[in-house]
Ligand binder design. Structure first.
Ligand code: PLP
Length: 355
């Protein structure tokens, strides 16, 4: 399918390059839109001026939350080139989410083509200050004006773009994480592996609680025994225990992060043994007691690597290592961001050039 392009005649002013961009407030000049109708399939892929959309108040997404989203970035290299990072993985994951959510699948080549075309049209919006990027948000919403509970017969697939600032304004710095023992995020058989708004709604109450206590994110435990480590708010979690890299296995309730997958590959290439397995809080308590819990870090598109300096579980607060960034965390951050921003070779073939 050919993507039609209708460019704006009134481009907006770009954000002031001397001010921090923050995250998720500013949107570019254009957006990608494609419609779906039962019997017709996906049709009319197009790029339009960024604008509000009109939906019936009865649109199904407002009532039962049938929606899927993705998160990825475009990076500007020193020579002005623009890159994506493993976009085909986002396309594939979008369809895994779609499948679980009864949303019709999207041709994965078209998904990647749509991202590339939109980023190309708005390439002037890819910021160039250090560690800034253009955040890319593809999403699908159910649009049928119908209050019955059933999969919608019509959908919109859209992509919007938002220039975003350096995640670490003053360099890579460790965060405090709250191990949540009251609320749960997802259970096996649920939709924890899908990127969908409902999972985030489920996380808000615990996040508010953790924030009020001065912790930046929540670490979820499994929904059944509340014993096994799952993942952080919007990040997967890794531990370095006695020289080994350990992360929870993908069990259906955890989001399969693309950064997680990349970190596993990089760790293996660095000669680390990597274990994807069940990890109980007790395992961590033991490791911490024995002085073997060497590093803890989260992984996700936003922060890439987020070192954890402090973990709170019930009445205990542990300082990880010396509370500073671990050696492996720092190495992974540099290796992956150098590939993303085109500062190094790309031995894994992860970089995709837009222009
Ligand atoms: C998006 C997301 C991640 C990280 O995935 P990446 O592909 O690495 O960005 C982890 N956990 C949750 C719940 C997420 O939504």
């Amino acid at each position: 399918m050919e993507i039609k392009i209708n460019k704006t005649t009134a481009p907006k002013a770009k954000p002031d390059a001397s001010k921090p961009l923050g995250f998720g407030h500013i949107f570019t000049d254009h957006m990608f839109v494609m419609n779906y109708e039962e019997g017709k399939g996906w049709f009319n892929p197009r790029i339009e001026p960024f604008n509000d959309i009109t939906l019936s108040p009865a649109a199904m997404v407002f009532h039962y939350g049938q929606e899927m989203f993705e998160g990825m970035k475009a990076y500007r290299g020193d020579d002005g080139s623009i890159y994506l990072f493993r976009p085909e993985m986002n396309a594939k994951r979008a369809n895994n989410s779609n499948d679980r959510l009864c949303i019709p699948k999207i041709d994965e080549d078209l998904f990647v083509e749509a991202v590339k075309t939109l980023v190309d049209v708005d390439s002037d919006w890819v910021p160039s200050q250090p560690d800034t990027s253009l955040y890319i948000r593809p999403f699908v919403i159910a649009t049928d004006p119908f209050l019955g509970v059933a999969p919608s017969k019509t959908y919109l697939f859209m992509i919007i773009l938002s220039p975003s600032g350096a995640y670490y304004a003053s360099g890579l710095s460790p965060v405090g994480i709250w191990i949540e023992d009251e609320y749960v995020r997802a259970v096996r058989g649920g939709m924890g592996f899908a990127k969908t708004g409902g999972n985030y709604t489920a996380s808000l109450a615990a996040q508010v609680k953790a924030h009020n206590d001065g912790y930046s994110q929540v670490l979820w435990l499994d929904g059944v025994e509340r014993k096994y480590i799952e993942e952080v708010g919007a990040m997967n979690i890794f531990f370095k225990i006695d020289g080994k890299v350990v992360t929870p296995m993908l069990n259906g309730s955890i989001l399969p992060g693309i950064t997680r997958n990349s970190v596993i590959e990089v760790c293996k290439s660095l000669g680390y043994e990597v274990e994807e397995r069940k990890i109980s809080v007790d395992d961590l308590v033991q490791a911490q007691k024995n002085g073997k819990l060497e590093e803890v870090f989260g992984t996700g598109t936003a922060a890439v690597i987020s070192p954890v300096g402090k973990l709170r579980y019930k009445d205990d607060v542990w300082t990880i290592g010396d509370g500073n960034i671990g050696e492996l965390s720092a190495k992974l951050y540099k290796t992956i961001t150098d590939i993303q921003w085109g500062r190094s070779e790309d031995p894994f073939g992860w970089r995709v050039k837009v222009k």
